[in-house]
Design a protein around this ligand. Structure first.
Ligand code: SF4
Length: 327
């Protein structure tokens, strides 16, 4: 039996394309679920070993008190979420955490700071952290907010491997979520990072009350960047009491899996990360995400300030699925 007339005859190609139209992305989302997962799994195999999962650990090196108003974020100073503004962590404490992460199998150590953008004296401290973590033999990633071109080059000079800066959602929905900066601000920082020859980690969040068209717009924008981000984190909103999004409806987990699959198909050589939201996800949903092409997770008890499955639980799931950490 052939596929029904509404199934687009999209070529399964692993060659990265940057001219994805919204219509094409919309057609992928509209595929029958088994066909979508099959196509994504096929492209996954052509580019990666599907039994391998890249493991990153995320540490908040400067928590809370952020002047931005991202509606999902418990670290914004504009919302009363019970998170106190803290100072930047000491270098020794950061390196101690990195050693623990390495011993737990993490190959990349990500450090996040709740800033709108870093000051130059902040960068002195972050650069020392990047150099220290690299000396442990791990890849480094930081997320510090908006960067100028000079700041991006400075981070490159101290050896930074990845910079995380998410587009969060579609250009149309962005203003509903954040008012203190624009989508273009995000794109500008991504350009500075790319021009400095730092790998880009860039994805978004679903389950924020966006429409299906917004998920299409988000993936189409990511896949339409001049170079695909090397890492594409797809987050399921973690609803935190006190944030404007605390009470919204939850997204159907199968829609989340679809988003992962479409990210895999449109950005075939990117590592697609199953990011925030795993704490509340069943093993079956996580397994479907891995089948649909997710091949990275955050590992460790906390994601910045929200809970994450404990490491043992992750290892048990990997064992059950016959999956292993990517080296
Ligand atoms: S997501 Fe980042 S920029 Fe936005 S409020 Fe939270 S810490 Fe600040």
């Amino acid at each position: 039996m052939s596929l029904s007339h509404h199934t687009p005859p999209l070529a399964v190609s692993s060659l990265p394309r940057h001219d994805w139209t919204r219509e094409e992305v919309r057609a992928l989302f509209a595929l029958p679920f088994p066909e979508l997962i099959f196509r994504a799994a096929q492209i996954h195999r052509e580019n990666f070993d599907p039994s391998e999962v890249q493991i990153s650990t995320l540490l908040s090196i400067k928590t809370g008190g952020c002047p931005e108003d991202c509606a999902y974020c418990p670290q914004s100073a504009k919302f009363d979420t019970g998170i106190r503004a803290e100072k930047v962590m000491d270098l020794d404490a950061v390196l101690a955490e990195a050693r623990v992460a390495k011993a737990g199998g993490a190959s990349r150590f990500c450090m996040g700071a709740a800033w709108r953008s870093p000051k130059d004296r902040d960068l002195d401290k972050v650069c020392a952290m990047v150099e220290g973590v690299k000396a442990l033999g791990m890849e480094t990633c930081v997320t510090l907010g908006m960067l100028t071109g000079d700041q991006a080059r400075r981070l490159k000079d101290c050896g930074l491997d990845y910079y995380n800066h998410n587009l969060d959602t579609s250009p149309e929905f962005y203003g509903e979520i954040i008012t203190t900066r624009t989508y273009q601000d995000r794109l500008d920082t991504l350009e500075h990072v790319r021009n400095a020859d730092i790998h880009v980690c860039c994805g978004g969040i679903v389950g924020m009350g966006e429409s299906p068209e917004d998920r299409i717009g988000m993936i189409a924008t990511l896949a339409g960047l001049p170079a695909h981000p090397e890492s594409v984190p797809i987050n399921m909103l973690v609803k935190v009491e006190g944030t404007p999004l605390a009470k919204g409806a939850s997204l159907d987990p199968l829609e989340f899996v679809r988003t992962i699959a479409v990210a895999r198909i449109t950005m075939p050589r990117s590592v697609v990360r199953l990011s925030a939201g795993r704490e509340d996800m069943s093993e079956e949903t996580q397994a479907l995400c891995f089948i649909a092409g997710a091949n990275s997770i955050f590992y460790g008890p906390k994601l910045l300030t929200t809970p994450n499955p404990d490491a043992d639980r992750d290892m048990r799931l990997f064992d059950k699925l016959g999956m292993v950490p990517m080296r």
